[in-house]
Design a protein around this ligand. Structure first.
Ligand code: KG4
Ligand code: ZN
Length: 348
């Protein structure tokens, strides 16, 4: 079965073809960084317009790269939420039109479920059950995954998401958008022990909180004043702040994963979402897993950040849930993961 996947929930246009016999056979990703960069963040209207301009030609290219034609597709999957409403509508409209024209099922996909399943696309995929750490720009969640669609939310952030904290602190450090990767790069030349920043709610249950940490960086920058801005010394101070901030986020996430692994007795941890691309987080979690006796799975960085491959794959897993008749365009800006229904037949 060949499933076309379409991702347009935020600032990346992702398209891929998943073949249930061969895996991902073609994919393309277009990042809108250049469009949003000068605004310091995503401008929703510009995101929608760019998805609308790029999506159809990208689909044509990806299908050709897969060595097939549109008529060979068996289903179309698209991100139905959560995400930016206009951006979601672009992907949903094109997916529904294609499905209607080709007479094939159209499958609405939950973006976070797709992130969560992305590790399945790697060699040696994790078996159910496992704990998922979902860390993206809008979400930070610890989820007990018993099977496909069978999710129990164990803990989440009370305020900012981990990626959001990276992005906000990157702005404070005057780093370019998108802030997370830029901050991680700067942190490489900094000393993670230079500044003692808070580790909110450490060892206190499975809730997380990152807004206090962001405020602590703001206060630190105010205190340092021009010293953090001027010349070579300022550059080193900013790198030290970046490294200290990253260390605080990583320690907090690793601590919460450890607590959740212990309290559930699960043996596998799966990392998903954009912040999962962070090298320091990946390395530290892997070491902690080795020490404490649990396996840590994470997809390659390109499968952690938004992409079409995870949507095509999640669509295939959810093929049984595709509607019949005229396809509806579903766009759900807010859509809790726990609202999903378990799937009895799905991935193999
Ligand atoms: O999953 P994703 O691509 O999009 C959402 O669904 O939100 O995640 C994007 C988030 C952004 O906040 C971005 O700054 C963060 O992931 N991110 C990173 C890194 N790469 C992306 N944060 C820290 N280190 C990275 N290497
Ligand atoms: Zn995402």
């Amino acid at each position: 079965m060949k499933v076309l996947g379409i991702e347009t929930s935020c600032d990346e246009t992702g398209v891929a073809v998943y073949d249930s016999a061969d895996g991902i056979v073609a994919e393309a990703l277009y990042s809108q960084i250049e469009i949003h960069e000068r605004f310091g963040g995503v401008v929703p209207e510009l995101a929608s317009r760019d998805h609308a301009a790029r999506l159809a030609p990208m689909i044509g290219n990806v299908v050709a790269e897969a060595g097939i034609t549109l008529r060979d597709l068996d289903a179309v999957a698209y991100t139905a939420g959560p995400g930016l409403i206009g951006a979601l509508m672009v992907g949903g409209s094109l997916a529904a039109s294609l499905g209607y024209a080709l007479g094939i099922p159209v499958i609405p996909v939950h973006h976070m479920e797709a992130h969560l399943l992305a590790a399945m696309l790697e060699p040696g995929p994790p078996a159910f059950p496992f704990l998922a750490l979902l860390v993206s720009g809008g979400h930070t969640q610890l989820v007990a995954v018993s099977g496909l669609g069978d999710y129990e939310l164990l803990g989440a952030t009370l305020d900012d998401a981990a990626g959001e904290a990276f992005d906000k602190v990157a702005r404070l450090l005057e780093l370019p958008y998108p802030g997370g990767p830029a901050l991680a790069k700067l942190a490489e030349s900094g000393d993670p022990g230079a500044y003692a920043l808070p580790r909110p709610l450490l060892n206190k249950g499975l809730e997380l909180s990152f807004s206090g940490l962001k405020t602590a960086v703001l206060r630190l920058l105010e205190r340092l004043g021009s010293a953090a801005r001027d010349g070579g010394q300022g550059a080193q101070i900013r790198a030290d702040i970046a490294a200290s901030f990253q260390a605080a986020v990583v320690e907090t996430l690793v601590n919460k994963c450890g607590l959740a692994m212990r309290s559930t007795g699960l043996e596998r941890l799966v990392i998903a979402g954009g912040v999962g691309a962070n090298r320091d987080l990946r390395r530290t979690l892997k070491e902690r897993g080795q020490r404490d006796g649990y396996a840590v799975h994470y997809p390659r960085p390109a499968l952690c950040t938004d992409n079409g491959a995870m949507i095509a794959y999640a669509g295939w897993c959810r093929r049984a849930t595709a509607g019949t008749g005229l396809p509806r365009i579903e766009a759900r800006p807010r859509w809790p993961l726990e609202a999903l229904e378990p799937i009895t037949s799905g991935a193999s």
